[in-house]
Ligand binder design. Structure first.
Ligand code: SAH
Length: 218
C-alpha cells in the first residue's frame, strides 16, 4: 500500500525482526497493512510503535510484536480457515487475511465490530467475515478451523474452541488471571479431542468476557 506511512511500517518490521519474528509472510503482512487506519485519528502518529493503544470501549489494539508472534505460532500457509476471537480494531484480522484463505472474527462489543468492518471494507481483503457475538462459544457454523487466535485474556482454554479446532489444528490463547497471562500454544491431536499446551510468552491482554471466559461485571 503506498501511503505516507511506508517508511514507518518498514521500521516496525525491523523492530519485530530484532525481537525474533522470522516468518517472512508475517513480516510482509506487517509491511502491507496500514495499522494507522485501525487506531483513533488522534493516535495515528504512534500507530507504528511496537505498543498497544486504546481503541475506545475500554479496549486496546494489541502490541504488534504479540500479534506477529501469534500469527507466526499458528503456522499459516495461505490455505487455512482461521477463527479470531476479539476483533477489536480489526488490525490482526487484516494480517490474518493476508496469511490464510478465510478469516472469521468474533467481537462482543457491537460498536467495535461495526467499526472494524467499516475499516476493512476500505481495504482489498474480501476473505474476512466479522460477527458480533460471544466468542468464547466459537463460531460453530463455519467450524472446524485450522487455526484459532484468541486476542483476550482467558481463565482457561474454552472447551467450545477446542471442539471447533480441526485435527492437528493450532490455537494461540493468553491464559491466566485478569492481571497477567501466559501466551499459550494449543495443538490438537490428529486422532481425538486431546491437545498439547506450550507456554510461549508472558503477556497482558484485556479480559475475555463471556460464558467460557471471565464473568461479565454486574
Ligand atoms: N486483535 C485486537 C485485540 C483487541 S483487544 C486488536 O489488535 O485490535 C481484545 C478484544 O476482545 C476486545 O475488543 C474485546 O471487546 C474482545 N472480547 C472480549 N471478550 C470477548 C468475547 N467473549 N468474544 C468476542 N470478543 C471479546
Amino acid at each position: 500500500m503506498s501511503d505516507g506511512f511506508v517508511g514507518y511500517r518498514s521500521q516496525l518490521v525491523e523492530t519485530l525482526q530484532g525481537k525474533g519474528v522470522r516468518d517472512m509472510s508475517v513480516l510482509r503482512a506487517i509491511a502491507t497493512i496500514p495499522r494507522h487506519l485501525f487506531v483513533p485519528e488522534s493516535l495515528r502518529h504512534r500507530a507504528y510503535e511496537d505498543i498497544a493503544l486504546p481503541i475506545g470501549s475500554g479496549q486496546t489494539i494489541s502490541q504488534p510484536y504479540v500479534q506477529a508472534r501469534s500469527c507466526e505460532l499458528v503456522k499459516l500457509t495461505g490455505r487455512e480457515r482461521v477463527l479470531e476471537i476479539g476483533t477489536g480494531s480489526g488490525y490482526q484480522t487484516a494480517l490474518l487475511a493476508m496469511l490464510a484463505e478465510t478469516v472469521f472474527s468474533v467481537e462482543r462489543v457491537a460498536d467495535l465490530a461495526r467499526h472494524a468492518h467499516d475499516v476493512i471494507r476500505g481495504l482489498d481483503l474480501p476473505n474476512i467475515t466479522i460477527m458480533h457475538n460471544d466468542g468464547t462459544l466459537g463460531w460453530k457454523p463455519s467450524a472446524p478451523y485450522d487455526a484459532i487466535i484468541v486476542a483476550a485474556a482467558s481463565p482457561g482454554i474454552p472447551q467450545p474452541l477446542v471442539a471447533q479446532l480441526a485435527p492437528g489444528g493450532r490455537m494461540v490463547i493468553p491464559v491466566g488471571s485478569q492481571a497477567e497471562q501466559v501466551l499459550t500454544l494449543v495443538t490438537k491431536h490428529m486422532e481425538d479431542e486431546a491437545y498439547d499446551e506450550t507456554a510461549v510468552h508472558d503477556v497482558r491482554f484485556v479480559p475475555l468476557l463471556g460464558e467460557f471466559g471471565f464473568a461479565e461485571a454486574g
